[in-house]
Design a protein. Structure first.
Length: 405
């Protein structure tokens, strides 16, 4: 393993979590309440997008899936978004990757790599414990390494994030929302001024800190540390209207405004309430159309994952035979398919629409939620051949394969 930095660390595989205890707080660390048996329903009701919470040992006996040298190797790959954020010579600086070398690692620096779940299966597995949030809301896993006292400064995210502590330790401070104003500290870096924390805590390996959108937070490494950030996406209205424009441009013919019942108007400068209502109704009809639902789901399923089609086209018979030889079927890493209850014969994956004939949407949903599918998962189901057909299509599209590589 090539060493890019002075620190060395052995890479491990992440252990599956078997149970965990939880500490939840909106006060300083000394005032937290001890809670056991984390319950997703309680979390969503009391904390999701409402207030931050600290979860002690969410991943018990945590072991890192990567070390800083392997992370540096990923930062050299052009398909991944990477950057170094550093405080050096009395100023904040952002250096965008990919990197050919790491001479820029000076001062108080952090290396951050986005979308690691799309290239590293263990990284995608780290997101599985948070799948009580639907796939379409999940964005990616960012991994960062920081030297002692380094961080990216106090800032606000406009999305939910679970911060998983890997090796080392980091101090996190979280402030109240709506008390901070963003400013640009360096090109590509937005920060906020110092704030009074409502949470001030030290995270150790396996601990998780959840932060809702809009809550200012600041993390500084206490020792050389790795942090895993599970981020979520929330489309803005402007993005959603862009979806509508995409729909009109590529997937349907639009209806033109008409007014066959128009009455004479005494003054032409007025736009009547009837006219604006009719125009808004045109937009409502477009949004409510089944065709737009298809477009919406295609766009919500977009993961920017590069498909890997097989060398030879699969038939249903080949898929079934391969399954019968006890070969498991692997979902492409970082890929998260979606279904909709009104479109029972369609599934959506990586921005594409796929027709299928499986009549049991419950079993199909269960299979699509798995990263690895075995024949025993559906061998006795009446819809077995339709399931085989659906997966054959996905194999030929390059989204599933019988190799774990």
């Amino acid at each position: 393993m090539k060493c890019y930095f002075e620190q060395t660390n052995q890479s491990h595989c992440a252990q599956k979590r078997t149970g965990f205890s939880v500490i939840i707080s909106t006060a300083k660390l000394a005032q937290v309440n001890n809670v056991t048996n984390f319950d997703s329903n309680t979390f969503l009701k009391d904390y999701w997008q409402k207030q931050p919470c600290l979860i002690r040992q969410f991943f018990p006996q945590f072991e890192d899936i990567i070390d800083e040298h392997e992370l540096a190797g990923l930062a050299m790959e052009p398909e991944l978004d990477s950057r170094i954020v550093r405080y050096y010579e009395d100023s904040w600086q952002v250096i965008q990757g990919p990197f050919a070398h790491f001479e820029q690692c000076k001062g108080l620096w952090s290396l951050l790599v986005q979308g690691v779940d799309k290239v590293l299966p263990d990284a995608a597995d780290m997101m599985a414990p948070f799948s009580f949030i639907p796939y379409w809301r999940m964005d990616d896993l960012m991994i960062s390494f920081a030297v002692p006292e380094a961080g990216v400064g106090p800032h606000i995210d406009q999305y939910d994030v679970f911060l998983i502590q890997g090796k080392g330790s980091r101090r996190w401070r979280v402030g109240k929302p709506d008390i901070a104003t963003e400013r640009i500290s360096a090109p590509g870096l937005r920060q906020v001024d110092a704030f009074e924390p409502v949470i001030d805590c030290k995270l150790l390996p396996g601990d998780v800190l959840y932060i809702p959108p809009g809550w200012p937070h600041d993390g500084k490494a206490i020792s050389p540390c790795i942090t895993y950030s599970v981020g979520f996406r929330a489309p803005e209205q402007s993005q959603l209207t862009g979806y509508l424009a995409e729909h009109f441009a590529n997937h349907c013919e639009s209806t033109r405004f008409s007014d066959p019942q128009r009455q004479p108007q005494s003054n032409p400068v007025w736009v009547s309430e009837q006219d604006t209502s009719a125009i808004k109704q045109l937009i409502h009809e477009a949004v409510d159309s089944p065709a737009f639902l298809n477009t919406l789901l295609m766009l919500l399923s977009e993961q920017s994952v590069e498909p890997m089609p097989p060398d030879e086209v699969f038939t249903d018979a080949i898929t079934l035979e391969t399954f019968e030889h006890n070969e498991p079927l692997y979902r492409l890493t970082g890929l998260r398919p979606v279904l909709h209850p009104k479109l029972t014969q369609l599934l959506f994956i990586n921005g594409e629409k796929v027709e299928h004939s499986c009549t049991d949407s419950t079993v199909l949903a269960e299979l699509l939620s798995k990263t690895v599918v075995y024949l025993t998962d559906f061998d006795s189901h009446p819809c077995k051949l339709d399931i085989i057909s659906a997966f054959t299509t996905l194999i030929n599209m390059g989204y599933y394969n019988f190799s774990s590589e």
